[in-house]
Ligand binder design. Structure first.
Ligand code: AMP
Length: 217
């Protein structure tokens, strides 16, 4: 199964993409996670992309596409993949089609998780992460047992700099302007599936699975 997830940041696509990848037995490839790993590892790419990420701006297409091209050629992606956070722009979508054409493995479908913008802002500004083990919490939806402390390792939780409200609003405006053309792009290829993303996680997961022709978990 080769699928891309489309949707605003905070639409829940990360959660849904991970569930679907597990159900289908393919890797969940999230470009945000790949970039954050580069920043943590202090690679050259990590140093270059850090400023864009802190400002809530997209990393330039050329760098993003090169990273995804490398990742999709790793052996585990030969079985298929669920891409999350990529493509985010039309040039990225076109580059992905070209790459998959070269690999002889075209995309099966683009799943668009639709949510209300204000809901996204509430979800994203409430997110807290553990800087040590990477566990993710939410002040309303998934609070840790002790406020502000990681359940798994006891480290003080932090808000990602790109989850602050001013950064989130800016990011949503920028991303919506760039991502909007992806919907008609995949619709024209008859690959678009649209699912409402604002219900409970398990209900959305069941709808997503059925849209992708998978049995629900
Ligand atoms: P995310 O975890 O998806 O919210 O991504 C975090 C940050 O990584 C974004 O704000 C961008 O700076 C960068 N990023 C992730 N995916 C992409 C992409 N497809 N194109 C450009 N930048 C990206």
């Amino acid at each position: 199964m080769r699928v891309v997830f489309l949707g605003l940041p905070g639409s829940g696509k990360g959660t849904q993409a991970a569930l679907i990848a597990t159900a289908a037995g393919v890797p969940h490839i999230a470009t945000g996670d790949l970039f954050r790993q580069h920043v943590r590892d202090r690679t050259e790419l990590g140093q270059t992309v850090r400023g864009y990420m802190d400002r809530g701006e997209n990393v330039p297409d050329q760098l993003t596409i090169a990273m995804v091209r490398g990742r999709l050629q790793e052996p585990d992606a030969a079985r298929g993949f669920v891409l999350d956070g990529f493509p985010r722009t039309l040039p990225q979508a076109e580059a992905l089609d070209t790459l998959l054409q070269d690999l002889g493995a075209p995309l099966d479908c683009a799943l668009y998780l639709e949510v209300d913008g204000e809901l996204v802002i509430r979800r994203m500004t409430g997110r807290r992460v553990c800087p040590k083990c990477g566990a993710v919490y939410h002040v309303e939806a998934k609070p840790p047992k002790t406020a502000g402390v990681c359940d798994a390792c006891g480290t003080a939780l932090v808000q990602r700099s790109d989850d602050r409200e001013d950064v989130v609003r800016h990011r949503i405006e920028v991303q919506w302007a760039e991502a909007e053309p992806l919907v008609p792009y995949y619709a024209a290829q008859h690959k678009l599936r649209e699912v409402r993303g604002d219900g409970p996680v398990d209900e959305v997961a069941a709808t997503v699975a059925s849209a992708l022709g998978l049995p629900s978990a």
